[in-house]
Design a protein around this ligand. Structure first.
Ligand code: NAI
Ligand code: MG
Length: 539
């Protein structure tokens, strides 16, 4: 099997660059935003079944440093979105397994070495893990592509290097987290201690399984917490694989526990557990509400939420139209449209609207859809049959509500979950395709007359995750930057998601921030220590 894995991976080398991860990271912007020309229109999907990319070594739960079966002995299948075939059967964690994992994490926190290690030692474990992950970049990327359907080029050259970068970034923070001395009003020496919260329960979705794992696990561990993480039922494999590497890097048993399983069983058990001290969740707004409710009904553990969006992408009359078309295209179609921050409402000024629509349509028709393992493919299948049907229903509703279908609109082939890149023009604000998070390759292009109008319409949503602005006018850029009620504004760019940049939502797009220094505070308690002084003259 190992030989097969090596053989198959070597066949992928034409896709993966041999450059260092640092170079790959630098290439991120170019890869996401480059213009691919010369490819034909979307054709029937030709999946090569001889590319099951890598051997699956870990399908059990990771509890207390050991891979173990579920207490119930149950398993569930995880599927290849290219074909709908089963990749592997994975241990199905439930309440009993969550109890075991939380117990291990509790012990590792209360008695174990992790929070008691020096911050420098913690940092070194995280750095060793990042090095190992970098070494295993191609296998991990292959697992991610196989389980999720995202392109191998994206996984290998962008996402896994970003995961490495996130761990290095937070490893760097470990020995820079400290309290303050505070002036008081009386004869007291006052200081604050920044302490880890304890056991962090983390729930991640399927669209960026490992990237979102890094956004959650890295800051939690950097601050000295221990973790129980539940993966999404659609994509359990990559977290198990890399967590094994973490153990090899010297992470003590129980510090990081991984539960595969379903939301209403394993996920809910984690959210309502009395011994979990903090929750971090990424997923749909409706499940985010459940997660918050379960915390409220149990021990009021603090919750950070990174939820859905319906992000506006605003193209002003003075924009560079070709650049705006290309960036708006990747803002919505990147990752099969399965992005919380997808630029899913393309607002274009009336003076350039027709030109923009023509060019956006031409670009979508050129988008290369196919087997995500193949070189040059830009778009793979959607994650599963549920999302696939949901997207096709939204496309139908767009047509029925009177939007103009410019391109796409159909599934591709009869196997797997491929959908044509779809562009609608003449979209009105009250249509479902303009209001709901579709989470698929569907661009909705709306027309606007002036800035005040577009600000009002862009903000008229319960979401507030991100926005894109394309303009050469400084005044327009500054006005929109301040007026848009969203957590991130990208000006003349989109989807720039460096480890250092805080990311999160206003309104119903979430609470708190991931990435950057801002996420550290959600994994720390601040303890005030006040010491009486007999001789305040020395204060
Ligand atoms: P979901 O929000 O239900 O699932 C995300 C995670 O939450 C998974 O790990 C799941 O097992 C867990 N979960 C589900 N129910 C739970 C519960 N009762 N208690 C605790 N954990 C629970 O999202 P789903 O069903 O996979 O996708 C539905 C829609 O959600 C998508 O079409 C998309 O619109 C949105 N979504 C947004 C994401 C984002 O990045 N903000 C990611 C995934 C989905
Ligand atoms: Mg899968």
């Amino acid at each position: 099997m190992q030989i097969m894995a090596t053989r198959i991976l070597s066949s992928l080398h034409h896709v993966s660059s041999s450059a260092s991860a640092a170079k790959r990271c630098l290439g991120l912007y170019c890869l996401w935003h480059r213009s691919i020309s010369g490819f034909g229109a979307s054709a029937a999907v030709d999946v090569d079944p001889s590319i099951p990319p890598v051997q699956i070594d870990h399908s059990q739960l990771l509890i207390n440093g050991q891979f173990v079966d579920a207490a119930s002995g149950k398993t569930f299948p995880t599927y290849d979105p290219r074909t709908g075939d089963i990749i592997a059967n994975v241990a199905e964690g439930d309440r009993e397994d969550v109890n075991r994992a939380v117990h291990a994490a509790r012990k590792a926190f209360d008695e174990g070495p992790w929070p008691k290690m020096t911050a420098y030692e913690r940092s070194r474990v995280m750095l060793r893990f990042a090095d190992l992950l970098e070494k295993h970049n191609d296998e991990v990327a292959a697992i991610e592509t196989w389980d999720n359907g995202k392109t191998y080029e994206q996984a290998a050259n962008v996402e896994i290097p970003m995961v490495v970068r996130v761990f290095r970034y937070y490893a760097g923070w470990a020995d820079k987290i400290h309290g303050l001395t505070v002036p008081g009003d009386g004869p007291h020496h006052i200081q604050t201690l920044h302490e880890p919260i304890g056991v962090a329960g983390q729930i991640v979705p399927w669209n960026f399984p490992l990237l979102i794992y890094s956004w959650k696990v890295a800051p939690a561990l950097s601050c000295g917490n221990t973790v129980v993480l539940k993966t999404a039922e659609q994509t359990p494999l990559s977290a198990l694989y890399v967590s094994k590497l973490f153990l090899e890097a010297g992470l003590p048993p129980g510090v990081l526990n991984i539960i595969s399983g379903f939301g209403p069983s394993a996920g809910a058990a984690l959210c309502s557990h009395m011994d979990v001290d903090k929750l971090a969740f990424t997923g749909s707004t409706s499940t985010g509400k459940i997660v918050l409710g379960l915390s409220a009904q149990s021990n009021l553990k603090p919750v950070t939420l990174e939820l859905g969006g319906k992000s506006p992408f605003i193209v002003c009359k003075d924009a560079d139209v070709d650049a705006a078309v290309e960036t708006a295209h990747s803002a919505i179609f990147f990752n099969q449209g399965q992005c919380c921050c997808a630029g899913s409402r393309t607002f274009v000024h009336e003076s350039i609207y027709d030109e923009f629509v023509e060019k956006a349509k031409a670009r979508a028709l050129k988008r290369v859809v196919g087997d995500p393992f193949k070189n040059g493919v830009e778009q793979g299948p959607q994650i599963d049959s549920v999302q696939f049907e949901k997207i096709l229903n939204y496309i139908r509703s767009g047509v029925e509500s009177g939007a103009t279908l410019e391109s796409g609109g159909q599934r591709i082939g009869s196997k797997g979950y491929y959908i044509q890149p779809t562009v609608f023009s003449n979209v009105q604000d009250n249509m479902s395709i303009a209001k709901d998070e579709i989470f698929g390759p569907v661009q909705s292009i709306l027309k606007f007359k002036d800035l005040e109008e577009v600000i009002r319409r862009a903000n008229a949503t319960s979401y507030g995750l991100a926005a894109g602005v394309f303009t050469k006018n400084l005044e327009s850029a500054n006005t929109l930057m301040h007026a848009l009620r969203v957590g991130t504004v990208w000006i003349n760019c989109y989807d720039v998601l460096d480890a250092t940049i805080p990311f999160g939502g206003y309104k119903m797009s979430g609470q708190g921030r991931v990435k950057g220094m801002h996420s550290l505070s959600s994994y720390l308690q601040v303890k005030a220590v006040v010491t009486a002084m007999k001789n305040p003259a020395w204060l």
